[in-house]
Design a protein around this ligand. Structure first.
Ligand code: NAI
Ligand code: MG
Length: 358
């Protein structure tokens, strides 16, 4: 079956890194005989907004629903249009309306990448962070009273549903099941948050009954962040609520490298709606237009796309290509954020050529 991919480059360096991601996918698709079909869209960008007064066309949901995946660059030009308009008007709509309830990020130490944990060897750190992406602490239930007075009260409720929590836990347990170490760590805070978090822990225990071969543990979020830095090699799959997952999913990749290489997937596992694959970084207006952005985050996001659709062999090859090229540490090839003096093009093409050499 042909995989239909909507390509949405967006703004700034999103536009610069996207072509290299697409070219890598095309090369891999040819080698591994995966039929891929790409269609590019100019919406979800500041130029589109300036022309049409909106970030998206009226029928965007129908248009994008026809695709299996959205391959997204980055959006936002805060000096021209406020981020609330650009991000809430596009990316956040995709995540919500397409019920992309899993946010998935790899945390992997790669040879050649400068990392604060460089005393560890590549291979020592290799785990996944699974974040609940639709409910929890980020609810719209709450409000303010006596605003502006010295009796001011503000409240925002955490909302967890059995449906919402069980589906993210199931995804995380299934992922742990697919991995050799079969280990799942849950982020909690049941010693301080006395209703939702003990309940979250109970849902984890309940779900664990279906997965007798998985080694389950839990840590309070405070000590868990310390372990991410001090002993990241103990983790395999880490699952957290929306807020805890948000924090961990920035901390984890930060521990193992530069923001320029980190990918992320927003997944609707049932495939009822398209899933979205993107680099973690934004549009980087400070370096946009110079051709020096690191394309690895975008390319790695394409790798996650292949993996998500079950093209494991192709996905492994693409990850190996990224690792080989970064591992050679050639200054002429690497971009400045990795200590090199190369360009988006030199690094992008090196990975494409590496893929073709397999
Ligand atoms: P940013 O990620 O765009 O940039 C942060 C810093 O990292 C900058 O110094 C930038 O030059 C550097 N950087 C980022 N990606 C890089 C790459 N591939 N290669 C080399 N260096 C890289 O975050 P910032 O500056 O906070 O946001 C800029 C705009 O992007 C804002 O409008 C923001 O809202 C938006 N944004 C969009 C996201 C998305 O589309 N998913 C995610 C994060 C931010
Ligand atoms: Mg975040």
């Amino acid at each position: 079956k042909t995989l239909k991919i909507a390509v949405v480059p967006g703004d700034g360096i999103g536009v610069e890194v996207t072509p290299f991601g697409v070219q890598c996918l095309q090369a891999i698709g040819e080698i591994y005989n995966i039929p891929l079909q790409f269609e590019e869209f100019d919406f979800a960008s500041v130029p589109y907004y300036k022309k049409h007064g909106d970030m998206l066309p009226k029928d965007w949901k129908t248009t994008l629903s026809q695709f299996d995946a959205i391959y997204f660059g980055a959006v936002g030009m805060p000096d021209e249009v406020p981020d609330e308009v650009t991000l809430w008007g596009s990316l956040l709509k995709f995540r919500r309306e397409f019920d992309q309830y899993v946010n998935l990020r790899p945390c992997r130490l790669i040879k050649g990448v400068k990392s604060p944990l460089a005393d560890r060897k590549p291979g020592d750190i290799d785990f996944w962070i699974v974040r609940e992406n639709t409910e929890g602490e980020y609810s719209s239930i709450g409000g303010k009273i006596f605003e502006g007075t010295d009796r001011e009260i503000v409240m925002q409720e955490t909302v967890m549903t059995r449906f919402g929590v069980d589906r993210i836990l199931k995804y995380a347990f299934d992922l742990a099941q697919s991995r050799p170490r079969k280990r799942l760590t849950s982020a909690t805070k049941s010693n301080g948050i006395s209703t939702t978090m003990p309940w979250w822990d109970a849902r984890v225990r309940e779900m664990a009954k279906n997965y007798p071969d998985i080694n389950v543990d839990k840590y309070h979020i405070d000590i868990l962040t310390a372990h991410f830095v001090q002993k990241p090699d103990i983790f395999d799959v880490v699952v957290g609520s929306n807020l805890f997952g948000d924090i961990l999913s920035d901390l984890g990749p930060a521990c193992t490298g530069t923001i320029g290489i980190a990918p992320s997937a927003n997944i609707n596992p049932e495939g009822k709606f398209p899933s979205l694959f993107e680099p973690v970084h934004g549009s980087a207006p400070d370096i946009a237009g110079k051709g020096v952005a690191n394309p690895v985050g975008m390319i790695w996001a394409g790798q996650m796309l292949l993996q998500h659709f079950g093209h494991t062999e192709a996905a492994e090859a693409l990850l190996r290509a990224i690792e080989n090229v970064l591992g050679r540490s050639q200054p002429d090839v690497l971009t400045a954020d990795m200590g090199g003096k190369g360009s988006t093009q030199s690094l992008g093409e090196a990975i494409i050529n590496e893929v073709k050499s397999f």
